[in-house]
Ligand binder design. Structure first.
Ligand code: HPA
Length: 283
């Protein structure tokens, strides 16, 4: 990222550009993980902006990540949907990985729904299951706020004791129940990747209290929390973690499972969005 202007000014430039493409002010931002991009098709009155058209936006390099920002409505609620994201393992810095989150924050979102594909660590987890993230372990050694802090994003030392909003988790569990879906909760540990874990690492992570493992989300959630954005996280268990299934792990399986549960996942999200809008609007 160029050092000529500050990160904040770059994010403002990106937000200003996006505002030239839509009159909507999104209240909820949604990041769609590997294989889960189809939800964006449910957006109505939408404009789809390729990441490459947005100033300073980092373009994704991974198959399964569409690379478009779709702004429109779900059930009347104005949303900004990231169809695809970038990861640290693509060679991007934490600042770049969280750049889109910063921009969505400047556009005015109050809530971020971060979704991802994850490996299931906890015993009994099933391939294709959706799990609400109750908390995370940042095992990347990185943090998007490292360095000189720009107070326009928020303070340097901020609370992470309820990174994943309790009231939104309660709402998500209720919404799933009303749709006759199971929605367990779990702790997500974030690794850098891109190699999958070894069985020894997975045993260590389980001892540390992790239920899910993945390569995204945590940096975005940290940046969102600094900006005061309320977060909901949902993982799709695309595979059992290393050592827990017979076959070797591969990216194709991750995408395949994501696509298989995409309809169920999309239905849950579509029901959650108006429920969140009502809950957040009520405060
Ligand atoms: N490990 C790390 N990241 C992942 C996995 C996994 O098993 N599955 C999907 N993303």
């Amino acid at each position: 990222m160029s050092n000529d202007i500050s990160l904040f000014e770059q994010a403002m430039a990106a937000a200003d550009y996006i505002r030239t493409r839509t009159v909507l002010t999104p209240s909820i931002g949604i990041v769609l993980g590997s294989g889960l991009g189809a939800f964006a098709d449910r957006v109505t009155d939408g404009v789809a902006i390729p990441f490459t058209q947005i100033p300073y936006f980092p373009p994704p390099t991974v198959p399964g990540h569409g690379g478009r920002l779709v702004i429109g409505r779900i059930d009347g609620v104005a949303v900004a949907v990231m169809q695809g994201r970038v990861h640290a393992y693509e060679g991007y810095s934490s600042e770049q990985v969280t750049f889109p989150t910063r921009v969505l924050g400047l556009l005015g979102i109050k809530t971020l729904i971060a979704t991802n594909a994850a490996g299931g660590i906890r015993e009994g987890m099933k391939q294709g299951e959706l799990v609400l993230i109750s908390d995370h372990i940042n095992f990347t050694g990185r943090n998007p706020v490292i360095g000189e802090n720009d107070e326009r994003f928020g303070t340097r030392f901020f609370d992470m004791s309820e990174a994943y909003s309790k009231r939104l988790r309660t709402l998500a569990i209720e919404t799933a129940k009303n749709s006759r879906m199971d929605l367990a909760e779990g702790i997500y540990i974030c690794v850098l990747g891109p190699s999958f874990e070894t069985p020894a690492e997975i045993r260590a992570f389980r001892t540390m209290g992790a239920d899910l493992v993945g390569m995204s989300t945590v940096q975005e959630v940290i940046a969102a929390r600094q900006m005061g954005i309320e977060v909901l996280g949902i993982s799709c268990v695309t595979n059992l973690a290393a050592g827990l299934q017979d076959e070797p792990l591969g990216h194709e399986e991750v995408i395949e499972t994501g696509r298989r549960v995409a309809a169920q996942f999309s239905t849950l999200l579509a029901r959650l969005i108006p429920a969140i809008e009502k809950e957040v609007g009520r405060q």
